[in-house]
Design a protein. Structure first.
Lengths: 597, 356
């Protein structure tokens, strides 16, 4: 076929790639999206009338496979991935454990499908607080930060090059166009426009979390969730006649066959289909970028059969999730030292990789409180109580976070078992299987005690940026395209640990104060370097100083005129909430910047 | 009746191919013990997904569609570039050949060939491809069977298949005893609740609500689920079952002075389970299988899944596992606290928006 040339190539169709595409196409520009994963359609979109997403527990966590990658400490271990997560043997991420040994992991991947991680996420769509954008300023001069003997936190904290107020109009735009339900009153995050749809009735089990928050004086609001609860004009989506039927436990880790969950495909991209200038190529993986001086000229990719192709582009946007975006820049640089010099003069690509400090508490509610947890969305109540300056100063913490209750966890019988005492995705099933007392009458007791009675409260908070936390190319492990895979190197800072203990205690208190609950436990990911929650951030942070950042304020790579990065990689700090809405808002912002090119 | 063709667009076919087939690497990355060392299928990711068995929708209702699957055959001709590809199999008239069409991407031929047929659920079929007139097995699908005349065929089965494929009658019976101990359904009270739910349906409702309930017994279809998992996605675990069920069968017989283990009370299986949990089983032949506990954990995962999986996977027979939870947990007004039917497709569930 003839040499193709397009205006803008966007790599990835998730939260970072879709919003700016919608801006560009609406303004009459030309965009080609290259998406590694398949285009899985809803029932109303599929020509055959059935969706590739199912309400089937084996879709979220599939059959057993085993790690066969030579040199991994977990060689031979079982893993269970969803139908749209990458196969670990074909495209592993490798991390370095506390013991210095390398292991392959499912953690840190989002989803390889049109819509990316927004297809599988729970839909929690919180804004960051104004202070999340200015943590260097917020901590300037403080001497009370706990467990930070070397002053790392103040040294490494960064203000974003944009303020909350600058991003705020784009938060509004994202809330409008994506389609989100929730309530505003009680949030620490001011809004200039109101676009939330009305939330559905909370699951009755959430009353315990609400009571606990109230008892502690924590202002609460209905967790903003990217699920439509009313007809959504911007995307043309409609809801079922029985509005309450929107609530099913097939939410978190499931794609939605009805398209009610507001993933970026149904909310932002499918409305563009048929518009001039828009093309989406699914099942196409980008292998590397080619540059000429200060310009990226060509995007090289494999088509759905694996054949090598390339396309010329005037502008290139990388948005294939932070780990893979850093990897793509590093791989391109490995093939062309001149590109590496332009894109990565200071070795900052991949550095300051971030996830979130997260964890929470769990309990069993008293018997009269047993609820039908299968009638639920992912979360009902949230509070910003632990993001206020008063709370942070009282606790010697550098940054805050959000706390919200989970409702869909363990709602279905198989998911209750496979997540039983499972600390992370790599350990799915292990807790239940090795608890061999859960048999016969013991199994009966387990169901009686837990089914419909487990309640959890989670926190999501900022992680201290550290240069040593980074994405590299693995020296030996290669993917199915014979390209080096991403190598995740990360640790927790001592201040992160202090922060996580404080937040875990808060979650615990919410449960303890919520009623006559039992089996209360709490904890965090401080003991696990691999836990990522699929919140992959940083690695190509934006800033005002080319010596200290990979991207400028516009999310353009400093040394290249026409290369942008718009997934979570741009974040210099990870924010005190789930990141998707902020990635979407920023992508809308960059979309408008690209209109000016 | 001849084979009924179903239209699937190229996007659908590529969605079900790229992730599994497309690659440069020729490493056997996907051999977990189910293949010989040089088997090319070990290069393919999740080769068991071919042919693709999916839900069917007739454009009218989920209810009238429920009895069928869509089965999509793919022949990978990227290298050989054949002129014509057909599929012949037990699903059509007298093995009449059905032509495959070319799959295109941005207007260009990909080398992939495909056709989708409507096939009733709960069936087992054999097929071959005719590639430029020459018959061959599906090179990707790991499922094979041997016909009475000794000829090998490729094989597939549709949802809720009840025909035994991997485990022998004896193995299934021993396994059934073990599973009955693992699951709560053995308790008399619970067993009654399942039976009651089923008995309360009149004959027509049984057919309508539980069209796939071929058998309803204490193990709620778990043994059949395991048989189907071992036939398709977890072929690599089949030898574990063959080896361990033989050991267990022999061991129980020896312990009980030659009494047939199938005649033993459930307590003998409970005792064995407890020993397996400790990995120390008196009389276990460790030379033929090293760790009884390893097998026990494998069985625990399969039993738990098989009891509560969507019935199309062959377990949770007649949705008995879900019905058990539905009846077991109710509020003070007697309303269920596990209303699984509201999310799932008719006629299995009550949801008329979701089609399965």
């Amino acid at each position: 076929m003839a040499d193709e040339e397009v205006d803008v190539v966007v790599i990835g169709s998730g939260a970072g790639g879709a919003p700016l595409t919608s801006v560009l196409i609406s303004a009459g520009r030309q965009v080609l999206i290259l998406e590694k994963g398949p285009l899985l359609r809803t029932q109303y979109q599929a020509p055959d009338g059935v969706s590739d997403f199912k309400r089937d527990e084996t879709f979220a966590t599939g059959s057993e496979k085993r790690i066969t990658i030579p040199g991994m400490a977990n060689l031979g271990d079982s893993f269970y991935s969803s139908h749209v997560e990458p196969d670990l043997n074909d495209e592993p991420h490798v991390y370095e454990g506390d013991d210095g040994l390398d292991r392959a992991t499912i953690e840190g991947y989002t989803a390889q499908v049109v819509g990316g991680g927004t297809q599988l996420y729970g839909g929690v769509s919180l804004r960051f607080t104004p202070d999340d954008f200015r943590l260097a300023s917020f901590n300037d001069g403080r001497t009370d930060l706990r467990d930070d003997p070397a002053g790392d936190v103040r040294r490494e904290a960064r203000d974003w090059p944009i303020s909350y107020d600058e991003l705020e109009p784009y938060y509004c735009k994202a809330e409008d166009l994506v389609g989100i339900n929730g309530t505003r009153d009680g949030q620490l995050k001011p809004a200039s426009e109101e676009h939330y749809q009305t939330p559905l009735e909370p699951n009755p089990i959430s009353a315990y979390a609400a009571a606990g928050m109230d008892a502690l004086g924590m202002r609460r609001y209905r967790t903003p969730l990217a699920v439509i609860t009313a007809d959504h004009a911007p995307s043309g989506r409609t809801i079922p006649a029985d509005r309450d039927s929107i609530k099913t436990a097939f939410v978190n880790r499931y794609g939605d066959p009805l398209g009610l969950k507001s993933n970026t495909w149904v909310s932002l991209l499918s409305p563009l289909v048929g518009k001039p200038g828009f093309e989406l190529r699914a099942n196409c993986v980008v292998t590397h970028l080619e540059g000429d001086g200060a310009t990226v000229t060509r995007v090289h990719y494999r088509d759905p059969t694996g054949a090598a192709r390339s396309v010329k582009a005037k502008t290139v946007v990388v948005a294939c999730s932070a780990i893979e975006s850093a990897r793509l820049l590093l791989l391109s640089g490995q093939l062309d030292p001149a590109f590496a010099q332009r894109a990565n003069p200071n070795g900052l690509v991949g550095a300051y990789f971030l996830t979130h400090c997260f964890g929470g508490g769990q309990c069993v509610v008293p018997l009269p409180g047993r609820a039908d947890k299968s009638k639920t969305l992912d979360s009902d109540w949230a509070t910003d109580h632990c993001a206020t300056p008063e709370f942070l100063n009282a606790n010697g913490l550098w940054a805050g976070g959000a706390i919200y209750n989970n409702t869909s966890d363990g709602a279905l019988p198989i998911s209750l078992a496979r997540t039983w005492q499972a600390a992370d995705m790599d350990n799915m099933w292990k807790g239940y299987l090795s608890d061999t007392e859960l048999v016969g009458a013991g199994f009966e007791k387990y169901l009686e005690h837990n089914f419909g009675r487990r309640l959890s409260v989670a926190f999501m908070a900022n992680q201290v940026p550290q240069r040593g936390n980074r994405i590299e190319l693995h020296p030996t492990v290669r993917d199915k395209w014979n390209r080096p895979v991403a190598y995740i190197r990360k640790t927790w800072h001592s201040h992160d640990r202090a922060l996580m203990r404080t937040f875990a205690d808060q979650c615990r208190e919410i449960l303890v104060r919520g009623g006559e609950v039992s089996d209360v436990s709490s904890g965090s990911v401080e003991g696990s370097v691999v836990r990522i929650a699929n919140h992959v951030l940083g690695g190509a942070r934006f800033g005002t100083d080319p010596q200290d950042s990979v991207l400028d304020k516009d999310c353009r790579v400093w040394g290249l005129d026409n290369l942008y990065v718009t997934d979570g990689a741009f974040m210099p700090t990870s924010g005190g909430a789930n990141p998707t809405l902020t990635i979407q808002a920023n992508s809308f912002r960059v979309g408008e910047i690209l209109l000016g090119r | 009746m001849g084979a009924v063709l179903v239209d699937k667009d190229d996007q659908y076919v590529l969605n079900h191919c790229t992730r599994f087939l497309a690659r440069d690497s020729t490493d056997s990355r996907h051999n977990f013990g189910q293949y010989e060392p040089e088997d090319l299928r070990a290069v393919v990711c999740e080769a068991w997904r071919f042919p693709v068995v999916d839900s069917h929708y007739d454009g009218v209702s989920a209810e009238s569609s429920y009895a069928y699957n869509d089965v999509t055959f793919v022949y990978d001709g990227r290298v050989s570039r054949p002129e014509s590809v057909e599929v012949v199999g037990s699903f059509g008239d007298l093995f009449a050949p059905v032509p495959l069409r070319s799959v295109r991407f941005i207007g260009e031929d990909t080398g992939l060939h495909t056709v989708t047929l409507r096939v009733p659920k709960a069936q087992l079929h054999t097929y071959k491809f005719a590639v430029d007139g020459r018959y061959q097995l599906d090179p990707v699908n790991p499922q094979r069977s041997v016909a009475d005349n000794g000829q090998p065929w490729s094989r597939f089965f549709t949802d809720a298949c009840q025909m035994p494929l991997v485990l022998s009658r004896r193995e299934r019976e021993v396994l059934g005893r073990l599973v009955t101990h693992l699951l709560p359904f053995r308790l008399a009270e619970n067993r009654r609740s399942i039976q009651k739910a089923y008995d309360e349906l009149d004959h027509a409702a049984r057919g309508e609500e539980f069209p796939l309930a071929y058998r309803l017994d204490e193990e709620v279809g778990v043994v059949n689920y395991i048989d189907k998992v071992l036939a398709r996605p977890e072929q690599h675990n089949a030898d574990d079952y063959h080896a361990c069920l033989a050991i267990i069968d022999g061991l129980l017989r020896t312990r009980n002075n030659g009494i047939d283990p199938l005649q033993l009370p459930i307590e003998d299986y409970a005792q064995l389970y407890a020993e397996m949990a400790t990995d120390q089983v008196e009389g276990w032949d460790t030379s033929s299988y090293g760790s009884p506990r390893y097998f026990l954990l494998l069985l625990r995962r399969h039993a738990m899944t098989g009891a509560f999986v969507h019935p199309k996977a062959g377990g949770n027979s007649g949705a008995a596992g879900w019905s058990y939870l539905e009846g077991r947990f109710t509020d003070e007004q007697g309303q269920t606290l596990f209303d699984w039917r509201r999310a799932l497709e008719v006629p299995l569930g009550h949801n008329t928006d979701y089609r399965g």
